[in-house]
Design a protein around this ligand. Structure first.
Ligand SMILES: Nc1ncnc2c1ncn2[C@@H]1O[C@H](COP(=O)(O)OP(=O)(O)OP(=O)(O)O)[C@@H](O)[C@H]1O
Length: 342
């Protein structure tokens, strides 16, 4: 297994039943012209109980579609989905799985408390006070939903999701559009719940959310898993900086020989150097070339994806080579053909 597929960050164990299991899931959409587009392309994912998994990917990677399939809201064209060993609809009906989706579902004229109590009546044994407290909305109880900020509405949705006392919480980009403080408060509430052993899977664009909150990060791109591992292994893969400058092609080539420079590219007038040791490159650019307007930036998520997919491809090729060699070496020498006498 590669660094990105070590799956060591689990809080569950292999002998425990899985919270979720997606095997070979494919979902295609057809546009008005009849062109077929594959949004989820053979997704395999196993989530053990107690794990907190970030589902990370760029726009259009297939996160929402995968989550809809996981929750039984969309049927896959191929593949199988199991939640707690049963089909998604049954698991959701039984209150074992609850979701905080990106929008919808709230009545603007009700107060926060009335909303929670109304939905609590659908779940025998639900404890509205406790759920409000756990989601951090107790202080907002008398506020109308329409007067709540986006972040407060998401916390309210979180309180509603807690009503059936789910074992598994699925959150689809729950903090999209929130400011830093609202995001921090939201995660504090979820984190507290996860500490009680609830399995959590959340989709996000934000690398730092995945890093701070998840103990496992699953990166998806083009509807398939491209990396899967502990946050630290993913972080290691995206460490490094991008240095860019206005520099002549000749001097750029010289600078690219600095140890630690992994790749260069040109966009517009700028040359971008992806490097592990930005200090060494800066010394060269400033001290030995006529480079101007030098900038240093953390590696972007897109660059991280490129690095990870490239590493994953190299790992796959190396593994295939090793396996082929092992097969060749294990094969007994072919005996010389025996000539039969006519
Ligand atoms: N009902 C649909 N009909 C046609 N195409 C769809 C439909 N739903 C999703 N898609 C397409 O499938 C791809 C994956 O979309 P999805 O919403 O799952 O991605 P995502 O990773 O959640 O993206 P984002 O981060 O932007 O929400 C996108 O290209 C999207 O346009």
């Amino acid at each position: 297994m590669t660094d990105y597929q070590d799956r060591t960050a689990s809080r569950g164990t292999a002998s425990e039943p899985l919270a979720a299991e997606l095997t070979g899931v494919v979902k295609r959409f057809e546009n008005a012209k009849g062109e077929v587009f594959t949004a989820v392309d053979g997704l395999d994912l196993r989530i053990r109980r107690g794990e907190v998994v970030a589902f990370l990917g760029p726009n259009g990677a297939g996160k929402t579609t995968s989550i809809d399939i996981l929750l039984g809201l969309t049927r896959p064209d191929e593949g199988e989905v199991r939640l707690f060993g049963t089909d998604p609809e049954r698991a959701v009906r039984a209150g074992r799985v609850a979701a905080v989706l990106q929008s919808g579902g709230l009545l603007p004229d009700l107060t926060v408390e009335a909303t929670v109590r109304m939905l609590a009546s659908l779940h025998p044994g639900a404890d509205p006070e406790r759920c409000m407290h756990r989601a951090g909305v107790t202080e907002l109880r008398d506020r109308r939903v329409a007067a709540c900020s986006g972040g407060e509405q998401q916390r309210l949705r979180f309180a509603l999701a807690l009503l059936p006392k789910p074992d598994f919480l699925v959150l689809d980009e729950p903090t999209a559009g929130m400011d830093v403080v609202a995001r921090r408060d939201f995660w504090a509430a979820v984190r507290e719940d996860a500490a009680r052993g609830t399995t959590v899977m959340f989709a996000t664009h934000y690398m730092e959310e995945a890093d701070q909150f998840a103990d496992r990060v699953v990166m998806v791109d083009k509807g398939a898993v491209v990396a899967d591992g502990s946050a630290s292994s993913i972080r290691a893969a995206i460490s490094g900086r991008t240095v860019s400058a206005l520099i002549s092609p000749y001097e750029a080539e010289l600078a690219a020989r600095t140890p630690g420079v992994r790749a260069t590219s040109v966009r517009g007038e700028r040359t971008y150097f992806s490097c592990a040791d930005s200090d060494a490159l800066l010394r060269v650019l400033v001290g030995e070339t006529r480079a101007r307007e030098v900038e240093v930036a953390p590696r972007s998520l897109e660059e991280a994806f490129l690095a990870i997919t490239e590493n994953a491809r190299a790992d796959r090729e190396a593994r295939a080579d090793r396996e082929a060699r092992a097969v060749r070496e294990a094969r007994p020498a072919t005996p010389a053909p025996v000539k039969e006498n006519a």
